[in-house]
Design a protein around this ligand. Structure first.
Ligand SMILES: *[C@@H]1O[C@H](CO)[C@@H](O)[C@H](O)[C@H]1NC(C)=O
Ligand SMILES: *[C@@H]1O[C@H](CO)[C@@H](O)[C@H](O)[C@H]1NC(C)=O
Ligand SMILES: *[C@@H]1O[C@H](CO)[C@@H](O)[C@H](O)[C@H]1NC(C)=O
Ligand SMILES: *[C@@H]1O[C@H](CO)[C@@H](O)[C@H](O)[C@H]1NC(C)=O
Ligand SMILES: *[C@@H]1O[C@H](CO)[C@@H](O)[C@H](O)[C@H]1NC(C)=O
Length: 228
């Protein structure tokens, strides 16, 4: 029984294996290592504050001497901020080197976290930071993610004035509307009053007119239409 069953299933198993191998190799080339700077890869910070530049990595085939570095894009040239090597999965990074002042490594290998902190940011710190990773298990393939930092003097000053403008605008519009309604009602009232007066005038004068007219028609004799 058992032998028969396994024999009949053999070709199917082979094809499943082939599909799995193809899928695995596609996955392996595409998704072996991934650097990730988070869902929102940009930040606005006030000068003088401390900023965390987040970066994590995911690897489905495991880590073997993962080389990672942070780089700063200084007007086109990439300047190293820090670099290090993670020997194996969940091991602490070794040979940590920091090339920029006020920078500190804040990562944690247990959570595949290679974030850095910039203390007391200045306006010169603004720009693009690249989190770069290379896992020799993948034959030297490069992976990176970019985080953009902007440094401002104050947060959301423009937005505040904008809301103030909008609020005062709406207030002004409502005030204008109220004044308009009042004026409209007043005008309508005055017009109604005037009309009333006019009606009175019309009624009184109308009677006079009809009387006059009637008497007029009566009084004027019709011209004789027939004239030879
Ligand atoms: C931020 O920059 C402004 C303008 O250069 C300066 O007046 C202010 O003191 C700075 N703030 C901090 C916290 O360094
Ligand atoms: C950036 O580079 C361009 C040309 O490569 C140069 O004109 C510009 O002045 C540079 N800006 C800074 C801030 O160094
Ligand atoms: C990475 O580490 C930093 C500092 O400990 C922490 O603030 C951040 O939330 C961590 N990021 C992730 C995705 O765990
Ligand atoms: C931050 O920078 C300002 C000016 O650059 C300096 O006066 C201050 O002492 C610095 N603070 C820290 C905590 O480094
Ligand atoms: C990978 O990165 C290294 C170091 O930055 C660089 O020398 C190399 O040319 C890159 N390789 C590829 C294929 O981009």
């Amino acid at each position: 029984m058992e032998i028969l069953r396994s024999r009949s299933f053999l070709p199917e198993r082979n094809s499943i294996c082939l599909v799995l191998i193809i899928m695995f190799s596609v996955y392996w080339t595409a998704e072996a290592l991934e650097m990730n700077t988070g869902k929102v890869p940009f930040l606005e910070a006030v000068n003088g504050s401390d900023v965390l530049l987040p970066c994590t990595y995911i690897s489905c085939i495991g880590i073997d001497r993962l080389y990672f570095k942070w780089e700063y894009n200084d007007n086109g040239t990439m300047v190293k901020v820090m670099d290090s090597v993670v020997p194996t999965d969940h091991a602490e990074p070794v040979n940590k080197q920091i090339y920029r002042e006020r920078v500190e490594f804040m990562g944690n290998s247990k959570t595949n976290n290679v974030s850095i902190m910039i203390w007391n940011v200045t306006f010169e710190d603004a720009g693009q930071y690249t989190c770069f990773g290379k896992n020799p298990k993948e034959m030297g393939k490069n992976h990176s993610a970019i985080f953009t930092l902007s440094v401002v003097e104050e947060l959301r000053v423009v937005d505040n004035t904008l809301t103030k403008i909008i609020v005062s605008c709406i207030g002004g519009c409502i005030a204008l509307l109220v004044i308009f309604m009042l004026l409209k009602n007043l005008t309508l009232f005055v017009l109604a009053k005037l009309e009333e007066k006019n009606k009175e005038c019309l009624v009184s004068s109308g009677i006079d007119n009809t009387e006059n007219g009637l008497s007029g028609t009566k009084a004027t004799p019709k011209p004789t239409p027939k004239k030879p």
